[in-house]
Design a protein around this ligand. Structure first.
Ligand SMILES: O=C(O)c1ccc[n+]([C@@H]2O[C@H](COP(=O)([O-])O)[C@@H](O)[C@H]2O)c1
Ligand SMILES: Cc1cc2nc[nH]c2cc1C
Length: 339
């Protein structure tokens, strides 16, 4: 049973938004998804028009994985990228600057000596790397809960945001996500495994075999979301799930990114049913597991740009579309006022 009483987005504001949208100077329904998003934002903010989306914040959850050998890139890239985020030179930092969003990086489980980075980066650290899920549990007893609580705390720290975006950085995390989505939805490894950073041929077959072995090892432990995170997940996945649940509790809209945030969302929805009403899917990733997870959550991506970077980069791209959705309901004239 869930101990999270997730509020429902305001149905009266949604109804008022639909009525206003239908009265704008345009053929009925002609602004398509923008109309749907305008009504969604109105319900989330409980007011028509919704507030401007001025304060957009990305939190990149960084961690290493015992299955990092299934990536096209070496494990050390995770730690190196944390420094790139801090230097403002990552993909998401550059793209976030384009839409005026901030980027924070949180090291939950990077396998490095982080003694020279600011404390605020490592203050929620759970461990150095997670277990190789084909041979051992990802997390020790209690760590999934601790990481989940860390993610909740981070969302609380960022609760001044108009929109929150979970980002991710972790070599090997698409292997973990594939296993988690397969376990959550009862799918075979071959249907969920994707190229990640770019594996193909024999490497893709090995990645699929690792996911299949992990699923076999964790058989029977998928029902409870925290047990699933312990067996097959990671500290970052648990923290991102906590971040998503806390955002929903605080009625802060979230734009999900790629495979990682969709995987965390699937677990978070099991922990806090109804929380998914506070989340939008920012974009469609190339990873098959993301498509399965979003379908199960009932979420349709706003954009499909063929992105597979992660970091929150795709979600950030959806912000101008959301601002456009707000602008139509805030600024367009009414049919009733036509001369
Ligand atoms: O967001 C996505 O859908 C996505 C798809 C493929 C790769 N990534 C990023 O690449 C890393 C994981 O890929 P891999 O091949 O190392 O498992 C991790 O840092 C993710 O942020 C992200
Ligand atoms: C360079 C690099 C940057 C990334 N950002 C997210 N995942 C990544 C993987 C690699 C390899």
């Amino acid at each position: 049973m869930s101990s999270f009483a997730v509020p429902v987005p305001d149905p009266a504001a949604h109804a008022a938004a639909v009525e206003r949208l239908d009265g704008l100077v345009k053929p009925l329904g002609s602004l398509g998804r923008l109309e749907e998003l305008a009504a969604w934002l109105s319900a989330a903010h409980g007011v028509v028009p919704p507030r401007p989306l001025d304060d957009v914040r990305v939190v990149v959850f960084a961690g290493d994985h015992g299955v990092s050998a299934q990536s096209a890139y070496p494990r050390e890239v995770t730690a190196a990228m944390v420094r790139v985020f801090l230097a403002g030179r990552s993909g998401v930092t550059v793209l976030a600057a384009q839409v005026g969003a901030s980027v924070r990086v949180a090291d939950l489980a990077v396998d490095w000596d982080a003694s020279d980075v600011p404390d605020e980066v490592t203050s929620h650290k759970i461990r150095r790397g997670s277990g190789a899920i084909d041979v051992e549990d990802a997390l020790a007893a209690g760590e999934a809960q601790a990481a989940f609580e860390a993610g909740r705390t981070i969302a609380a720290e960022e609760s001044g945001a108009d929109v929150l975006i979970p980002g991710d950085m972790g070599i090997g995390n698409t292997t973990v996500c594939a296993a988690m989505v397969a376990a959550s939805l009862g799918l075979p490894a071959a249907e969920v495994v994707g190229a990640g950073t770019g594996v193909s041929g024999g490497a893709l077959a090995r990645k699929t075999a690792v996911v299949a072995t992990a699923l076999g090892r964790a058989a029977g432990r998928s029902t409870d979301p925290f047990e699933r995170l312990t067996a097959l997940g990671s500290a970052c996945l648990a923290a991102t799930a906590g971040f998503l649940v806390e955002a929903a509790m605080r009625q802060i809209p979230v734009v999900l990114d790629g495979i990682f945030s969709a995987t965390a969302a699937l677990v978070a929805r099991d922990i806090a049913p109804g929380a998914e009403r506070w989340w939008l899917a920012g974009h469609r990733s190339t990873e098959p597991a993301q498509a399965f997870a979003l379908k199960a959550l009932g979420l349709t991506p706003i954009l499909d740009l063929g992105l597979r970077l992660g970091e929150g980069s795709g979600a950030v791209q959806a912000i101008p579309t959301l601002r456009a959705a707000r602008a139509i309901i805030a600024e367009m004239g009414l049919l009733a006022d036509l001369a």
